[in-house]
Write a new protein. Sequence first.
Length: 454
Amino acid sequence: MTARPISETVASLMPRAKAELTELVAFRSVADPAQFPKSECEGAARWVADALLAEDFQDVALLDTPDGTQSVYGYLPGPAGAPTVLLYAHYDVQPPLDESAWLSPPFELTERDGRWFGRGAADCKGGFIMHLLALRALKANGGVPVSVKVIVEGSEEQGTGGLEQYAEAHPELLTADTIVIGDTGNFRVGLPTVTATLRGMTMLRVKLDTLEGNLHSGQFGGAAPDALAAMIELLASLRAADGTTTVDGLTTDTEWDGLQYPEEEFRKDAKVLDGVELIGSGTVADRIWARPAVTVIGIDCPPVVGATPSLQASARAQISLRVPPGQDAAEATKLLTAHLESHAPWGARIAVEQVGQGQPFRADITSPAYTSMADAMRVAYPGEEMQSSGMGGSIPLCNTLASLYPDAEILLIGLSEPEAQIHAVNESVSPEELERLSVAEALFLRNYAESKNV
């Protein structure tokens, strides 16, 4: 077997891939109607469905999931007796944050410095384009040798669990011999990597009330309890002086024993300012792949512009807690809730609401499908051997699929390498990575079909 026809075909398809990714990125598909119209997600879902129909997929459907969003499903039958592979991506995206901080409009795919910039370009609209490229290359070179199911989620970034609930209610829909999750990324550009572990997550909103209404800070400040100051005190209790997460009862000393992440390389990838220290203890890999990490992702408080000299009667924050493999996300939610309730200062009235949760995941990288992927990546990335690493992010669907289909092998690959800056301003994708990973996925599907016919 040679990769030459596949690689040449994928290369010839890259202009089309860029045009399609441009169309898909243009949808402001944030799955939160409080921020963007629901019609943006619906438009993206229809675009994905039309793309599958154009590739001769059958049973293409917009699945209305319990969280009010839509996932897109399609089935492409393969040769008789061929194994079935499920390909996953998601079309919803994170909000663009401060659009003025983008060097180009977040929903206009823009080429700059050899990369394509736009929200969702890597996470994970580019993942869907990767799947299309791989399938098109196979169709142009003898046909797709496996049966393919595609599922493209509509609310992965919100963590509201719509697709997980739908899959649990319709377990026959996504049955497969192997599942390829196209939503992670290489350890660095040019180094082929499969993801061995994912941290889970829990998302909580906490509200503090201390007064019946705002008060003049000069007349009452110094004795009247300020809810915003109480919130600052409460949030500070979640970290030690060195930045280590400190949630009462939560284990924080687990060590990572695989591929390591050099500190200087991490500082460069994370764009840490000169002179600013990293937080936490242990190796970088320990901190981002093997240990819990709490992040305050939002606070409701008066902006600086227009602020008045007032004590705040109420304050609200949203907290994300990443949960490593070996810990249970539901238990971590209980511990975080209990911590917040017990650390609220000055007797402030506290209300905690859970808004999202997903379990951590550990893949079996010794499974036969990984051999097929290693062989494919070796060809797609000449001179490089496939590596395995952890990933600090969460894909809640993985555990649902592993539970529903315990015999299925699950592989995690994707375009979200560090330079992609996913979830941040100026997110981008490397077109070279898109091309090479599409080649790798096509070769994997071919290798996997051959291994099943032995």
